[in-house]
Write a protein that binds this ligand. Structure first.
Ligand code: PEP
Ligand code: MG
Length: 739
């Protein structure tokens, strides 16, 4: 295959050999060149058609195979809805048809097809033989430069053209970069084995390693509790010990493939079979087997680790099924421009972390794996909720233009930086930002915010490999306070658990929870692990030496939890005092209101509080009993539903009556229409994501809060699913700037 002409003659030989071996009249090879599938070699079709017959992706059976990257096996080709007749080939003589994609980097770069005048379906063994040949062909034709491929590292596959995907806007913003899979796909470099015995041994030891991993996962999970994880692991185990699976891979190795190629070949065949069975339960199982197959591939090829561990080499857009916040934080913030998730929801912590990092996120994007190749150039528009894969130059330029408009808008907001957040009728709203990492502090100056209304201290725990020691915690808190200057910072004690699980801690406790969001998390965990909380209390108290320390407790459900946490902090304060160290000038205590039960005890807790902060992310999930990380529920309930607004109105009223300042620190406050509603309900402090400060301030400065307050009660009395449209209409009528 050294030269192109040699390659052509090899392909001519291949079609002859396959035709003879399968006793089939026609065998053809189509290759993708300049974006179309070109007949490159054939036995049985007219030779004049070679390099003449061309089909677009999706056109005819060959185009369909390439587009869907799937095998077809038909006893009567003409009865298939996608059949397209090509007269120059003389194919009218043939009835049966089977074709397999020639796959390179998960994308079809050609099709190997056989046809016969009898109406017969090819048997499994024949199809498998075709798939094996297709695999080997992929390597050979790529080596001979017969197909258009991006150079190494570019991964660009212009031949498949641009595609636009839609998704759920999770974090607004625009980003461009190369597609990087969080779990990188395995590049199968060599398909043809040099020594079959060696390949067999590689497979045996990979299976042993994989079984080990699964056994370990099983041990770490509490099998006493029934649940989905148990089913999944049981299924993994079943597959891992499935003799049939191992035998098929071994057979593929015997046919001359490397272990990697054999695993992939068997997987291709399973994929094809599963497609034929339209059973959603089986589709789920398919996902498991796919997962396991990838795991096996990673082990056998030694290509371990996530993209974060391998390191980003250029501006990148990360693609994953889902991510945990800690996994996201592992990425290099300078190169990570955007994230595309197949799942994801608005208030999942990974979304919040991405928002804090200023990284655009698009969620619930379908068909990701099939459409996006590693290294493809992507334009992510988190503002419109779209993703363009392999854009044309025109699309790229249009995106640029919109990005510039976005920058201009941001510049306009930036110009408002030093203007106060005052409503038209003179009410000063405290506009603060949420933060969690040292780097977030820069946003204070950039936005001109009044302070940090929520500092999520658990982020430091999430980015660490082990529990951060007191000195490290103290150093961070001190740096944060220094960066804030005379602006207040509200430190929230660790909210670990839920979707912010620490791998190093769960292991120590051996606990895997059925409902982590309702589980042993935040203040519940902190009070029981008193040493953890004491360390944090001391770190905060020492860091705030001589200044005011604002502390807030997460997930308080009953007043006694606040009392205990408060007592623990006071004890530490006394301890510091007793050591002749300078204690904070004052310690102000507050709590989050995110568990609805606390609203029933407000009269008992309010007298003890210096401030209250409503966490609408958790509050919404608990009020509606709707998991905040469940993508299926992401759009079901609206923040502007009467239930939430009435709830917040009640809490606000009672807090005001007790003279306790009340604010909102959930994501809800960062949306202009929602923020307007909150101010209408009497909320005077918003702590929001930095990017929202400009738009929310513009809204505040155009709002007559008194008028809204007078009218919102009437709106809340109306039996509607959401007040969104009413409030939007009100805003338009009253010329409130809603971004
Ligand atoms: C909330 O629940 O609204 C909140 C602000 O806290 P977190 O998102 O960190 O749970
Ligand atoms: Mg919360």
């Amino acid at each position: 295959m050294a030269s192109r002409s040699a390659a052509q003659s090899k392909l001519n030989q291949v079609v002859q050999i396959i035709g003879e071996a399968l006793h089939t009249e026609v065998c053809s090879i189509y290759l993708l060149r300049d974006g179309v599938l070109e007949l490159f070699a054939t036995r049985g079709l007219k030779q004049d058609a070679v390099h003449v017959t061309k089909m677009a992706l999706g056109e005819g059976l060959v185009g369909t195979i390439a587009e869907n990257v799937e095998t077809l096996n038909l006893d009567e080709a003409t009865s298939h809805p996608d059949f397209a007749y090509k007269p120059e080939t003389g194919e009218e003589l043939f009835h049966s048809f089977a074709g397999v994609p020639i796959v390179r980097r998960e994308r079809a770069v050609g099709v190997l097809a056989v046809q016969h005048s009898d109406q017969r379906r090819y048997d499994d063994v024949e199809i498998e033989a075709l798939q094996t040949v297709a695999m080997v062909l992929a390597e050979l034709i790529a080596g001979a430069g017969l197909i258009d491929e991006g150079g190494p590292g570019s991964g660009s596959q212009r031949d498949t053209g641009p595609v636009r995907l839609e998704g759920l806007k999770l974090v607004e913003g625009m980003a461009r970069g190369r597609a990087v899979y969080h779990q990188p796909r395995i590049e199968i470099e060599h398909t043809v084995a040099e020594d079959t015995d060696v390949e067999r041994h590689r497979l045996i030891s990979a299976f042993a390693k994989m079984r080990d991993q699964i056994e370990r996962m099983t041990k770490e999970t509490d099998f006493g509790v029934a649940g989905e994880h148990q089913d999944v692991l049981a299924m993994y185990k079943m597959f891992a010990y499935d003799e049939g699976w191992i035998r098929r891979i071994n057979e593929a190795i015997d046919s001359g493939l490397t272990a990697e190629a054999a695993i992939e070949r068997v997987q291709q065949r399973t994929r094809m079979r599963m497609r034929e069975i339209a059973d959603p339960l089986l589709a789920d199982r398919m996902h498991d087997l796919e997962d396991l197959s990838n795991r096996l591939l990673r082990i056998v090829s030694g290509q371990l680790g996530t993209a974060a561990q391998l390191g980003l080499r250029q501006d990148s857009i990360l693609i994953a099924r889902n991510l945990g916040p800690a996994e996201l934080l592992e990425y290099d913030r300078r190169r990570l421009k955007g994230v595309v998730l197949e799942e994801g929801s608005l208030t999942a912590h990974v979304t919040i972390v991405a928002r804090a990092m200023g990284i655009a996120v698009l969620g619930r994007v379908k068909d990701v794996r099939r459409t996006i190749g590693e290294g493809d150039w992507l334009l992510l528009d988190g503002t419109q909720g779209s993703l363009i894969v392999r854009p044309t130059t025109t699309m790229d330029e249009a995106f640029d233009a919109r990005m510039i408009v976005g920058q201009k808008r941001r510049a306009e907001f930036a110009a408002m930086r030093d203007l106060p957040a005052v409503t038209k009728d003179g009410q000063r709203i405290e506009l603060m930002i949420n933060a969690g990492l040292r780097d977030d502090m820069a946003a204070l100056d950039v936005t001109g915010a009044d302070g940090i209304g929520l500092f999520r201290t658990e982020f430091q725990f999430l980015v660490s490999a082990t529990f951060p020691q007191r000195e490290r915690q103290q150093r961070l808190y001190r740096e944060v306070l220094e960066a804030a200057g005379d602006r207040p910072v509200i430190f929230r004690t660790v909210d670990i658990g839920g979707d912010k699980a620490l791998p190093y801690m769960n292991q120590a406790d051996g606990a895997t929870e059925e409902n982590p969001a309702l589980g042993w998390r935040a203040i519940r965990l902190a009070l029981e692990r008193a040493a953890l909380m004491k360390v944090q209390a001391r770190a905060l108290i020492e860091a705030a030496s001589g200044r005011t320390l604002n502390v807030m407790f997460p997930m308080v459900s009953e007043p006694w939890e606040f009392d205990e946490a408060h007592a623990l902090f006071e004890e530490q304060r006394k301890w510091v005092h007793g050591r002749n160290r300078v204690p904070p000038a004052a310690v102000r205590y507050g709590t989050m209101l995110e568990v609805p039960a606390l609203a029933e005890s407000l009269d008992m807790i309010l007298p003890k509080l210096d401030f209250l902060s409503i966490g609408t992310n958790d509050l919404t999930q608990f009020l509606f009993a709707a998991d905040r990380a469940n993508p299926k529920l992401a759009e079901r309930y609206d923040w502007l539903s009467p239930a939430i607004l009435r709830f917040i109105a009640r809490v606000t009223r009672e807090s005001h009556a007790a003279s306790v300042p009340v604010g909102v620190c959930g994501e809800m406050g960062g949306r202009t229409l929602e923020a307007m509603a909150l101010i209408g309900l009497g909320i005077g402090r918003l702590s929001i994501t930095p990017a929202a400060v400009g738009p929310v301030k513009a809204m505040i400065r155009s709002l007559d809060a008194g008028v809204l307050r007078a009218q919102i009660g009437a709106l809340l009395a109306r039996p509607v699913r959401s007040l969104r449209s009413d409030l939007a209409a009100w805003a338009t009528e009253n010329e409130v700037v809603i971004a």
